[in-house]
Every structure is written in C-alpha cells, then in structure tokens.
Ligand binder design. Structure first.
Ligand SMILES: Cc1cc2nc3c(=O)[nH]c(=O)nc-3n(C[C@H](O)[C@H](O)[C@H](O)COP(=O)(O)O)c2cc1C
Length: 192
C-alpha cells in the first residue's frame, strides 16, 4: 500500500516559535516513520481577516486557494498551534475559515477537509500545554467535517521539554508524539 504524504502547518509565524520548534520535531518523527513530510509557513499564504463583503467583491484570495491545494496534495495534516486565551490564534482560525470557503469545480465547499485526516498539537510554556486550544481546534475542524484523530499532543513547559539533541526528553511527551504520528499515518493511509 502507498505511503501517505503528510503536511505540517505551524500555527505561529513568530521567530523562535515554540510551536514551529515542535513542528520540526514532529517532522523528524514522520521521517523516522518513513513517510514523505512537508512543512509550510502560513506566512507564505497571507490572508486578510475573513470578510464576506470582500469575498463577494473579489472572490476567495489566491492564498486561500493555494493553501487549499497544498492541503489537497497531502493525505494527512498536522496543525501545531499556540493557545491564545484558551483558544486557537486568529492566524489559524482565519486560514481555516478562508479555506473552508474555497470551492473547486465538481466539489462541495470545504470538501478538502472531509477527505483528509487531521492531527492537532500544541506547545505552551504553561502546565496545560495548550489543551484548551486543542479542544477548540478539534471543534472547528470537526465542524468542517474533517476526520480528526483521537491522539494529540499538548506539550507543557515547552521551553524545558527538549534534550541537547533536540528530542523530547520526557518519555510521556515522546510517546504521545509517536502515537499521534503513527495514528495519523494509519488513518490517512486508510482514507487514500
Ligand atoms: C494573545 C495571547 C494569549 C495567550 N494565551 C495563552 C493561553 O491561553 N494559554 C497558554 O498556555 N499560553 C498563552 N499565551 C502564551 C503563548 O502560549 C506563548 O506566547 C507561546 O510562546 C506562543 O507560541 P509560539 O511561541 O509558537 O509563537 C498567550 C499568548 C498571547 C500572545
């Protein structure tokens, strides 16, 4: 059976982002699992805040169409996002909102979400590791009728979570990452 292609989307553009760092560690885990993995920056898909009048006037922005195609060319998607005020940051929500409005020929609106497996992870300097953001993001993706795998990773105290080889140093974190990565591969493969 063919190996699924995986896309990783960090939910922060910040230099030194702890979520971009976790996204890089997750990418290495996918490589160890022998699957093709790509990592993008949402900075390469600049989007205005969603506005229905703007869409009516000018259509869906090219960046939203490009991001939808990027998602569509992979079988499994991992979003690694910060928690902002117990929820997901506007960068991530706005990208999902725009992509959910893209409708290609011969497809229903937001179809790209329905045909793919999603995994979600968060890194935070706090004790909860972004758990509340993950609950919110799961809800949003489920509303888009995505398949969101049960395994997830909420990385607490993310600043102190790594060893000097840039690996997760606590076995519970490393095991959670591995379980999420392998479940995403399995579910994405079954949806191919
Ligand atoms: C507007 C705002 C709200 C935040 N709210 C939370 C929060 O609810 N929970 C949390 O753990 N961290 C919160 N933080 C701290 C972020 O987790 C921290 O800034 C983190 O480094 C952001 O992720 P990044 O490094 O990937 O950019 C918040 C930060 C900002 C800027």
């Amino acid at each position: 059976m063919a190996a699924p292609k995986i896309l990783i989307i960090p939910g922060s553009l910040r230099a030194g982002s702890i979520n971009a760092r976790l996204a890089a560690v997750a990418a290495a885990e996918f490589v160890r699992a022998d699957v093709e993995v790509s990592r993008i920056s949402l900075g390469d898909f600049p989007l205005p805040i969603y506005d229905g009048d703007l869409q009516a006037r000018s259509g869906v922005p090219t960046s939203a169409i490009n991001l939808k195609h990027m998602i569509g060319s992979h079988h499994g998607i991992l979003i690694v996002t910060p928690e902002y005020n117990s929820s997901l940051p506007p960068l991530v929500k706005n990208a999902i909102d725009w992509v959910s409005r893209v409708q290609g020929a011969h497809e229903t609106r937001g179809q790209v979400f329905q045909e793919r497996a999603f995994a979600i992870a968060s890194a935070s300097g706090g004790r909860l590791g972004g758990t509340r953001c993950l609950a919110a993001l799961r809800l949003v993706l489920t509303a888009c009728r995505a398949t969101v795998i049960p395994n997830q990773l909420a990385l607490s105290f993310a600043g102190e979570a790594y060893d000097d080889m840039e690996r997760l140093k606590h076995p519970a974190d490393a095991d959670a990452l591995k379980a999420m990565v392998h479940q995403l591969i399995d579910v994405a493969r079954n949806m191919m």
